[in-house]
Write a protein that binds this ligand. Structure first.
Ligand code: IVH
Length: 675
């Protein structure tokens, strides 16, 4: 093979491998290789394409990063119009839908339907010729849309080439582009932090992201495409049902919503509605209802359509997630880090089946952006489990002389002054731990499920404990007695004992949970895990310099600074020591930086305690010393790790008190084998 040929072959292999990994990651949610390996393949492909531009194709996975900005979008005529749907709002509407179908078909037997979530995003059309994506367009008015090919190519769940080789010569796949709720929340949080305007809902965010003339902006938004229908199809025998068409979409590499189900008759539709309505809050994407479609294409054709909507399908809408109500007052709450959050007190209103009387207003910038005044009529949005939001103000309904909302100059809880740093959207109470609100929030966070998971220590109880002076910091929790707790409101000896047991249980934890529980600013669960994976033990994290922290993947200067600052405060260190002294413990973990970055164990000191199964102490000592480590008989702050076998005694306890990592025999074997 010539050199050129072999490069072309490698390029093709890399493209297939990357496409397969994209499909597994973005369509099937089953990642098959670590991110670093994926990055390596992509980097290699980019290098080869840069060196050999003659091999670059428009559908190479490297082309997903976005192209040069456009000045406007070209128009696209849809060869087959993109229809919309009629709505059903209740059972009666659904009954009428079934009856209309049965009348038209002159058939009283039960019709087969496919039920699908009505994804709340943007409808798009993707045209494939000979398996290659050639054009992507918006629905527009149904006849004419906009050419947004460059933007759609950045969406990783859209195949640039159809998988396999059994596909039509031309096929138009239609579906919805949407933004998953967690990604929407992240996008809006970042927007709020940098003083930008947040999106009102995930649908607007998806629409805004798709309508970017600069596709590099779209590439940064984690949009998802889910296929739900076929438009034009040529050079292929279309299957006889919609359900089979969806199966083909999956075979070609598309994501099809996993909740799509086939059933018969109105009863089937209503049962599916009940199930999906219940499931709605736990889905990580928004749906505004369900779509019911007659499964048999032949029946669909007989039914045809009226004006813009087919007779063979209907959208059964869910209760609205937005309502209007009156803003009664704005109160200011103080969070764990002193952040002052304005909260809207509302005239109670039912939104999506739940009564809402409070909504977050985020910060003062947001109040200004909304141009909110007391007594205003506002639009409230409540979706899933998230806190309700005020999305807009109906200014036409404003009463004369409605008052503006002002940021208080002093903390509503501790009276310390309120600071607002230039360029930051958030105002903060300057009281630190003097402020009871900040202390309470820190303790609530410590006890929460993803932190120390102290069962039964709810918000009310924390508030009482602080208000009665029984605790001032998280370390005091472990000093509480049954008598202390039993004396509180709505507590008896039994519930008090339960709480003490739960506190005791919480002491055996994982280091990442403890780090998260400490409430270091900007250190969420994921960062806590990353830090533990990197540093392995708390002593190393505690001693890490800003540079050491910056060397950790995904840790930026802001996090590095907060972590460093946290561990340089004596007060924090004494709380941490008190927790360890109280018995908070965790299994040792090996760190990525201690095993892979050094070739020997030079400078490390180990202590061996207890009985090991497969080695004598002398064998371990010799093996470690050969690698340059020291083996000592007593535990001190300088000990790297304690190797603990069966019946380990006081040395183990001391190691736990000092926060020194404990290594099991298995981990020791792994360590020795890694050299
Ligand atoms: S089918 C003729 N299926 O709802 C059938 N639409 O008003 C046309 N939508 O513009 C659409 N999820 O954006 C269909 N599973 C689904 C859908 C869905 C969301 C949207 C789509 C369309 C609108 C219909």
């Amino acid at each position: 093979m010539t050199a050129r040929k072999s490069i072309e072959k490698e390029i093709n292999q890399l493209r297939t491998a990357i496409d397969t990994h994209n499909h597994r990651y973005y369509v099937l949610d089953e990642p098959s290789i670590p991110d670093v390996e994926y990055d390596r393949l992509m980097q290699r492909l980019k290098t080869l394409e840069t060196e050999h531009p003659e091999f670059v194709t428009s559908n190479s996975p490297t082309q997903r990063v976005g192209a040069a900005p456009l000045s406007s979008f070209a128009s696209v005529e849809h060869e087959i119009p993109m229809l919309s749907l009629d709505n059903a709002f209740d059972e009666a509407d659904m009954e009428a839908f079934e009856k209309r179908i049965q009348d038209r078909l002159k058939n009283r037997s039960e019709i087969e339907f496919v039920g699908e979530p009505k994804l709340d995003g943007i409808a798009v059309s993707l045209m494939y010729e000979e398996g290659q994506l050639v054009r992507g367009a918006t629905r527009g008015d149904g006849s004419t849309g906009e050419d947004i090919t460059q933007n759609l190519k950045t969406i990783k769940s859209i195949p640039l080439e159809l998988q396999g080789n059994d596909w039509p010569s031309r096929v138009e796949v239609r579906g919805e582009v949407y933004l998953p709720v967690p990604d929407f929340d992240r996008l809006n949080q970042n927007a709020l932090k940098s003083g930008q305007k947040p999106f009102a809902n995930p649908r607007n965010a998806a629409a805004g992201s798709l309508r970017q003339l600069d596709s590099k902006v779209t590439a940064k938004r984690p949009l998802v495409f889910s296929a739900y229908g076929v438009g034009l199809i040529e050079g292929y025998v279309r299957p006889d049902t919609h359900a089979k068409m969806l199966k083909l979409f999956k075979k070609w590499g598309f994501k099809v919503n996993p909740e799509v189900t086939c059933f018969k008759g109105l009863k089937g539709c209503l049962g599916y509605y009940e199930r999906m309505l219940e499931m709605r809050p736990s889905l990580d994407y928004e749906i505004d209802g369900l779509v019911f479609k007659v499964n048999q294409y032949e029946l669909q054709e007989t039914l045809g359509f009226v004006s813009r909507a087919p007779r063979w399908a209907i959208a059964h809408k869910f209760p609205a997630q937005e309502e209007m109500t009156e803003l009664l007052a704005v109160e200011f709450q103080v969070g764990r880090t002193g952040a002052i959050t304005p909260v809207a007190r509302l005239n109670p209103v039912t939104v999506g089946g739940v009564q809402v009387s409070n909504a977050t207003l985020h910060n003062m910038d947001e109040i200004e952006r909304l141009d909110l005044r007391l007594g205003d009529t506002v639009v409230i949005r409540r979706a899933g489990d998230v806190i309700p939001q005020v999305t807009s103000v109906i200014t036409e309904k404003r009463k004369k002389g409605a008052k503006r909302i002002k940021l208080p100059t002093t903390c509503p809880v501790c009276d310390s002054h309120v600071e607002r740093i230039e360029g930051e959207a958030v105002a903060r109470c300057s009281g630190g731990l003097i402020c009871a609100a900040q202390r309470k929030e820190a303790i609530k966070h410590f006890a929460s499920r993803k932190a120390m998971d102290i069962e039964g220590l709810g918000d009310r109880l924390v508030e009482q404990l602080v208000d009665q002076g029984l605790i001032a910091s998280v370390a005091d929790l472990y000093r509480l007695t049954v008598d202390d707790v039993a004396a509180l409101d709505r507590m008896g000896p039994k519930s008090a004992q339960n709480l003490i047991n739960a506190l005791e249980q919480s002491k055996s934890t994982k280091l990442e949970r403890l780090i998260f529980a400490l409430g270091i600013r900007e250190v969420g669960e994921t960062t806590a895990k990353t830090l533990v994976r990197h540093f392995g033990d708390i002593a190393r994290l505690q001693q890490a310099s800003e540079d050491d922290l910056l060397a950790v993947k995904d840790v930026g200067p802001v996090v590095a600074q907060y972590v460093r600052h946290f561990f340089s405060e004596d007060n924090n260190l004494s709380i941490l020591n008190a927790l360890i002294e109280a018995g908070v413990n965790w299994p040792a973990q090996s760190s990525s930086s201690s095993t892979s970055n050094t070739s020997t164990l030079e400078g490390k000191t180990y202590v061996i305690t207890g009985t090991l199964e497969s080695y004598t102490r002398d064998e371990v000592k010799e093996a470690l010393e050969q690698l340059g480590a020291k083996v000592s008989g007593s535990v001190s702050k300088k000990t790297t790790a304690v190797i603990a076998g069966e019946k380990a005694g006081s040395k183990l306890v001391k190691a736990q008190q000092l926060g020194i990592p404990i290594m099991s025999e298995e981990e020791l074997t792994q360590l020795l084998e890694s050299y």
